[in-house]
Design a protein around this ligand. Structure first.
Ligand SMILES: C[S@@+](CC[C@H](N)C(=O)[O-])C[C@H]1O[C@@H](n2cnc3c(N)ncnc32)[C@H](O)[C@@H]1O
Length: 273
C-alpha cells in the first residue's frame, strides 16, 4: 500500500468521525501528525499504524487521531468585537425581554482550550452587574479531549496570556501561580462546565440556550455538514436566542431560518421570538 493510500485512509476516517475535511493537497499536513501517532502507539512503520486502525481501534486510539486532526488555534478575546456586542447589547436585550429569567444559558461549541468561554465570562464580569454573572451558565464543548484537558485546568502560560488579553483582565480574573502559570479565578471558572461533544455525530438539545457561540469551527466542514449543524444549532436556541459565528464565516446561501442583524459592527444570527 502506498503512503498516498494510507493518507487517504486516515483522511477518510477523520472526515467520517469529525467532518474535518483534509483534501489531497493537504495530505502533507497529516505526515508529521501520523509520525506522532506512530511514536505514541509504538508502531515502527506507517503500515503498522494503518494496520492498527483497520483491525482494532480502541477509544484511546480514536481520540489520539481526532486530537491530532483538529486545529485548536484560539486566544483570549479573539476578534474582541463579539464580546463587546454580547455584553453591551445582546445580553441586556435578552434580559429586558425576559424579566423573570433566572438562568442565562450559553453554549460555547468548539471551545478548544477554553480561552473563548473564559473571555465571555470575563467580559460579563467586567461590564455587567454582578447578578448577570451569577445567572450565567456556560456549557463549553469540543471534540478534542486534549484541548478540553487544558481548558479544564484553566492554567495558561505567558504566551497565552499575552495574546489578546488586556492587562486589567489578567490582573482581575487570574491568579499568578508562577512566572509561567496564570490560573483563572474560581468565580469565573465555576460558571463553566466543559464536556466532549461532536458537532457532527452527537445529539443536540432542543430549545435550551439563550446564546450560542460557534466561531472558527464550521470552516473545517463541507457545505452539507455545515448546513445540517447550523440547523441543529437553530433548534438548540430558545426563541429570541442569538448565535455568534467567526468574523469570516456566514450562513449565506444555506437557506436557514436565522434572521441576520449587524449589532455594533458584529454580525449576529437570531432565532425569532
Ligand atoms: C480553530 S478552533 C476555534 C476555537 C474557538 N472557537 C475560537 O474561535 O477561538 C476549532 C475547534 O473546533 C473543534 N472542532 C472541530 N471539529 C469539531 C467537531 N466535529 N465537533 C466539535 N468540535 C470540533 C476543534 O477541536 C477546535 O478546538
Amino acid at each position: 500500500m502506498t503512503s498516498e493510500h494510507i493518507y487517504k485512509f486516515f483522511a477518510d476516517y477523520i472526515y467520517k468521525h469529525s467532518g474535518i475535511y483534509y483534501k489531497e493537497s493537504d495530505f502533507y499536513r497529516l505526515d508529521s501528525r501520523l509520525n506522532t501517532m506512530m511514536k505514541s502507539l509504538s508502531c515502527a512503520t506507517v503500515e503498522d499504524l494503518h494496520k492498527a486502525y483497520t483491525t482494532n481501534v480502541t477509544k484511546d486510539m480514536h481520540s489520539l487521531l481526532i486530537n491530532i486532526a483538529t486545529n485548536n488555534e484560539t486566544y483570549f478575546m479573539r476578534d474582541n468585537k463579539p464580546f463587546l456586542t454580547l455584553v453591551n447589547k445582546v445580553i441586556p436585550e435578552i434580559l429586558a425581554n425576559n424579566k423573570s429569567l433566572t438562568k442565562l444559558s450559553i453554549w460555547c461549541a468548539g471551545c478548544s482550550t477554553g480561552q473563548e468561554p473564559y473571555s465571555i465570562l470575563m467580559s460579563i464580569a467586567h461590564k455587567c452587574t454582578p447578578d448577570v454573572l451569577t445567572k450565567t451558565e456556560i456549557t463549553a464543548t469540543d471534540i478534542s479531549t486534549d484541548a478540553l484537558s487544558k481548558a479544564k485546568k484553566a492554567t495558561y502560560d505567558g504566551l497565552d496570556v499575552q495574546r489578546g488579553l488586556p492587562a486589567p483582565l489578567l490582573v482581575k480574573y487570574f491568579i499568578k501561580e508562577s512566572d509561567e502559570a496564570w490560573r483563572i479565578n474560581d468565580t469565573i471558572r465555576s460558571r463553566v462546565t466543559f464536556g466532549e461533544f461532536n458537532l457532527l455525530t452527537d445529539n443536540f438539545p432542543a430549545s435550551k440556550y439563550n446564546i450560542i457561540f460557534c466561531r472558527n469551527v464550521l470552516i473545517y466542514q463541507d457545505k452539507d455538514n455545515r448546513k445540517s449543524i447550523l440547523e441543529k444549532f437553530y433548534k438548540a436556541l430558545v426563541p429570541g436566542g442569538v448565535f455568534f459565528m467567526g468574523s469570516g464565516e456566514s450562513v449565506i446561501g444555506l437557506g436557514l431560518d436565522f434572521k441576520q442583524e449587524i449589532i455594533d459592527g458584529t454580525l449576529v444570527y437570531k432565532k425569532p421570538a
